[in-house]
Design a protein around this ligand. Structure first.
Ligand SMILES: Cc1cc2nc3c(=O)[nH]c(=O)nc-3n(C[C@H](O)[C@H](O)[C@H](O)COP(=O)(O)O)c2cc1C
Length: 338
C-alpha cells in the first residue's frame, strides 16, 4: 500500500487531504465525519477583522449609551461581567471543542486586511490549541493611490505583526493577483511565513439586470480552476523554502495527484465537500492511492514535485513557450467558422 503521509507547516500528516476554511468546521459532527473519512487536518472558518471591529464598536456604543442613559434602566442591560458571548469568544470556544474532539491538527484562520488590535486574537488561538494559523488577506486593491508594492507591504506588515505574537507556524493564503508571485513568496518567507496557500478565490459581485443592484455571488468552484494553482505550485516548487498548499478547484483524485506532482505538500478541499459531503474524502483517498499504485510510486513523498518546473520533461511548458502553439492549435467545432 502506498505511503500517503506528508508534512505541512511542520505537521506530520497521514495524507495530503485538508478540508479548507469553510462552514465545514462550524459543526462538531461534520468535523468528526471529515476526520473519520480521512481528513489529515482541518482549517477552521475564519475569524474576520470586520466582525471583530463591528462588535467592539457596537459594545462600546452600547455601554457608553448605558452610562448616559437613565440610571434606573441600567439593570435591564447585560453587564460586562454577566454577559453574552462575543464573536471572538464563540470562535475560540469552537476551536477548543474541535481540539478536544479531533485527533487531527486544527489550523485556525484569521481574515482581514489592515494592521490593528484584531490580529492579537492570534495569541488566544494559539492558547486555545491551534496547531498552526492561516492568514487570509482578502484585499481588493481598488484605490488608485495603492501600488502593487503597497499591496505586498500590507501582506508583509500583517504577517510580521502576527509573527511577533505567536510561535506556531503561519501560512499565508494569497490571491492570484500578484505580478511576481515567486519574488513576493520569498519576501514572505523572509518575514517569517512558514507556508503558502495558493490561491484565494474572490467571489465576484454580479449586476442584477432587473434591479440594477450589485449582488455578491458565491459560486462553488469547478476543476477548471485547479490549473492556475497547479502551474504556480510547479513554478514555485524548489524556489522557496515554504510549505505549499493548493486551494481552488480540487475536486477529483486526478486534480489532487496533479497538485502533488507539481509540488504541493497538501491539497485543500472545500467546494467538492460542500456539494458532495464529508464522506467524499474516502473516494478521493481511494482514487489517489490507486493512481500511485498504478504508476508505481511508493509514496506521496516520492511523487511530490516530480513534475514541478525543475523536474518536468519540458520545463518551459509552464512558461510562455507553448503559448503560441496553443493559440495556433485551437480549432472551433466543425462548421462553426466554416
Ligand atoms: C461557503 C464558503 C465559506 C468559506 N469561508 C472561508 C473562510 O472563512 N475563510 C477563508 O479563508 N476561506 C473561506 N472559503 C474559501 C475556501 O476555504 C477555499 O479556499 C475556496 O472555496 C477554494 O476552494 P474550493 O475550490 O475547494 O472551494 C470559503 C468558501 C466557501 C465556499
Amino acid at each position: 500500500m502506498a505511503d500517503l503521509s506528508t508534512e505541512y507547516l511542520g505537521l506530520k500528516l497521514a495524507n495530503p487531504l485538508v478540508p479548507s476554511a469553510s462552514p465545514l468546521s462550524r459543526d462538531l459532527g461534520t468535523a468528526k465525519r471529515l476526520e473519520d473519512a480521512g481528513a489529515a487536518a482541518i482549517v477552521m472558518y475564519s475569524l474576520f477583522e470586520e466582525k471583530i471591529m463591528h462588535e467592539q464598536l457596537h459594545a462600546e456604543r452600547f455601554f457608553l449609551q448605558q452610562g448616559l442613559g437613565h440610571a434606573e434602566a441600567d439593570s435591564f442591560h447585560p453587564t460586562m461581567t454577566g454577559r453574552m458571548k462575543s464573536y471572538q469568544e464563540e470562535y475560540l470556544e469552537q476551536l477548543q471543542r474541535l481540539k478536544q474532539s479531533l485527533d487531527i491538527p486544527v489550523i485556525a484562520s484569521l481574515n482581514g486586511t489592515s494592521p490593528g488590535g484584531w490580529i492579537d486574537y492570534a495569541i488566544e488561538m494559539q492558547q486555545a490549541g491551534a496547531d498552526a494559523l492561516e492568514l487570509n488577506v482578502y484585499h481588493i486593491a481598488a484605490h488608485p493611490d495603492e501600488s502593487g508594492n503597497d499591496v505586498e507591504q500590507r501582506y508583509i506588515g500583517l504577517l510580521a505583526a502576527l509573527k511577533r505574537h505567536v510561535h506556531i507556524p503561519v501560512a499565508m493564503k494569497l490571491s492570484p493577483q500578484f505580478s511576481a508571485p515567486i519574488h513576493f513568496a520569498r519576501q514572505l518567507e523572509a518575514a517569517g511565513a512558514n507556508g503558502l496557500v495558493l490561491f484565494n478565490r474572490f467571489y465576484q459581485p454580479d449586476i442584477d439586470l432587473d434591479t440594477l443592484q450589485v449582488n455578491p455571488r458565491l459560486e462553488l468552484s469547478t476543476s477548471a480552476e485547479a490549473l492556475l494553482r497547479i502551474r504556480w505550485i510547479a513554478l514555485m516548487h524548489g524556489k522557496v523554502n515554504l510549505s505549499l498548499a493548493v486551494t481552488g478547484g480540487f475536486h477529483t483524485a486526478e486534480d489532487l495527484v496533479k497538485a502533488l506532482l507539481a509540488g504541493a505538500d497538501v491539497t485543500h478541499v472545500c467546494s467538492v465537500l460542500l456539494s458532495r459531503g464529508p464522506e467524499y474524502l474516502e473516494e478521493l483517498l481511494k482514487g489517489m492511492t490507486q493512481w500511485l499504485e498504478q504508476h508505481e510510486y511508493q509514496s506521496v513523498r516520492q511523487m511530490k514535485g516530480s513534475v514541478s518546473q525543475r523536474h518536468a520533461i519540458d520545463p518551459a511548458a509552464y512558461e510562455r513557450t507553448n503559448y503560441m502553439s496553443v493559440l495556433d492549435g485551437y480549432s472551433s467545432p466543425a462548421g462553426v467558422l466554416r
